[in-house]
Unconditional design. Structure first.
Length: 548
């Protein structure tokens, strides 16, 4: 046996024993037997090879065959699940096939040499495939696909979700699955906005102009064909953190002409509401104070960066609907999550919905503020003009992960969708997706308003849990079954309580599935094993696992 073969046998012994020992740890935690079996096989093969026993190669062959079978049973044929399970074993066994056959003679020796070459090819192919795209879901057969219906006529995108229904649907089919790979950039602009923050902007397009906003609320009007700048407005907004602008609002008056007939509605990261002439980018003088309204009014003390708006304002009829973002998990009693409606022409407050004190319908009484620490709407609402209802997705009262000090109204409204009357701002119905939320499962997305067969007005609500709730948007009643299921309630935080049940949308698709050991991942079998051990050491009982 060559020196290189002996050295490899020594290394393989160490690897095998380490895998076997770590595998025993996993077994003790209730996990898979595979790693111990494979580790023992590697170590036994290496020791036999050092002793000149021909069984060494046969054990490696059996170990590799067992690995392939185990991998397919555990992971099916999904590439990224097979990758960490097979890459390292193919390399380890292939090197053994290449170096250990010196102790075998005849046809078997030639066969193991060929097996070593096959392992080398398999390793190269498997590694190379890691650099090409792979489907995350089952591919749709070509026979089942056809481009969506569309007339390809010009279409305005006047709201964050295209319209206030939040569907994000465009009636274009010239760009489709067959030609999307041939698209090339037509133009690029650079906003010049510097500093921290994230670009999460969804532009608006109205007529022949594209309206974009940067992380520091700089608004740029562009020619959509050339990218040329028509105008630029900088509100000089500043915030110590969380700089972003997700979109704008738009309103067109049917009764006036000239300046500000078409107006952009913008909020800033220092809690201002503004109306701009969509044609010129100038502030509308009849709106608020020279085009600006302070959103800090009635909020009480606000630390810099602790209350402002990042998501698109909703324009519903002649009302601008405003929520607000607050810093999570810094303190209790943060600025209110009040929802307010402002007149789109004058900027005056029309109504306010304070869930902690429904008696407040506009400004707070003198000397008071809107209820502090209430669940807030940091994302964007949807709106049904026929029903006159605004659909407000609420978050969680901070701190998100600790509910001992929560007020009763917080538990009634956290992670809840609320329908408000567009005229008065009064609550019409509500639907809660999490009871006593201790997991930051606040509602993160604008609801999608759809119509079901029979012209049933429906609402599709997505959640951080991966649950999709289908509701009647006129009444809030589920159109697809929602079942209260028992969940783990064995938390150990002093004074904390857990809801014994949580709502599950049992007949709708689920985006996120319950985790298990098989779903733990790593680039190689070694870090995947470490991840499996870590998972088994963790206390996990699904999407409502109590915190320690």
């Amino acid at each position: 046996m060559s020196k290189i073969a002996k050295l490899y046998a020594f290394i393989l012994t160490i690897i095998g024993l380490a895998l076997a020992a770590s595998g025993l740890w996993l077994i003790a935690l209730g996990g898979s037997l595979y790693y111990t079996i494979f580790g023992v096989a590697l170590a036994a093969s290496a020791i036999l090879a050092i002793k000149g026993r021909r069984e060494a190669n046969w054990i490696l062959a059996a170990a590799l065959a067992g690995t392939v079978i185990w991998s397919i049973v555990e992971a099916g044929f999904r590439f990224w699940d097979l990758f960490p399970r097979l890459l390292a074993p193919i390399a380890l066994v292939g090197l053994g096939f290449a170096l250990f056959p010196s102790i075998i003679t005849g046809a078997a020796r030639k066969g193991f040499r060929l097996s070593a070459a096959a392992c080398g090819v398999a390793f190269i192919v498997l590694f190379g495939l890691a650099f090409v795209p792979h489907p995350t879901v089952s591919a749709i057969a070509a026979a089942d696909y056809s481009p969506g219906a569309g007339n390809n006529a010009p279409q305005d995108w006047t709201s964050y979700g295209a319209t206030t229904a939040g569907l994000r649907y465009a009636t274009y089919n010239k760009i489709n699955r067959d030609n999307v790979t041939t698209l090339k950039p037509a133009w690029t602009i650079r906003t010049g906005d510097k500093g921290p923050g994230i670009d999460q902007n969804t532009p608006l397009q109205i007529g022949d102009t594209l309206y974009s906003c940067t992380r520091n609320n700089i608004i740029v009007a562009l020619d959509p064909d050339t990218g040329a700048t028509k105008w630029r407005f900088d509100p000089h907004a500043k915030a110590p953190f969380w700089q972003r602008c997700r979109s704008l609002g738009f309103y067109q008056s049917a009764s006036m002409t000239g300046e500000c007939q078409q107006r952009l509605i913008a909020t800033t990261i220092d809690a201002r509401l503004m109306a701009l002439d969509a044609r010129t980018g100038k502030l509308c003088p009849g709106f608020g104070n020279g085009g600006t309204v302070s959103l800090a009014e009635g909020m009480g003390p606000v630390k810099p960066g602790f209350y402002f708006q990042t998501s698109a304002p909703l324009v519903a009829r002649n009302i601008i609907v405003i929520g607000g973002w607050v810093v999570d998990n810094e303190q209790t009693g943060e600025p209110s999550g009040v929802i307010r409606g402002f007149d789109v022409m004058t900027g005056k407050l029309v109504w306010a919905w304070d869930l902690g004190n429904p008696a407040i319908t506009r400004e707070p009484p003198p000397g008071q503020t809107y209820t502090r620490g209430t669940p807030n709407m940091w994302t964007t609402a949807a709106y049904d003009d026929k029903l006159g209802l605004i659909y407000v997705p609420l978050g969680n009262a901070t701190p998100d992960y600790y509910g001992v000090q929560r007020k009763p109204w917080a538990d009634q409204y956290n992670s809840t969708l609320v329908a408000l009357d567009v005229t008065s701002g009064r609550e019409r119905w509500k639907f809660q997706t999490v009871h006593h939320d201790l997991w930051d499962y606040d509602l993160p997305a604008q609801p999608a308003l759809v119509n079901l067969r029979g012209n049933i007005p429906a609402l599709l609500l997505s959640t951080k849990r991966g649950q999709l709730f289908l509701l009647n948007r006129a009444t809030g009643q589920p159109l697809s079954r929602v079942v209260e299921k028992p969940v783990s309630s064995a938390g150990s935080v002093p004074g904390e309580r857990m809801s014994p049940t949580q709502p599950y949308s049992v007949d709708m698709p689920v985006i996120a599935e319950t985790l298990n050991e098989r779903r733990m991942w790593g680039m190689t079998m070694f870090d995947q094993l470490a991840c499996r051990i870590s998972f088994r050491q963790s206390r996990y009982s699904g999407d409502f696992t109590p915190r320690a």
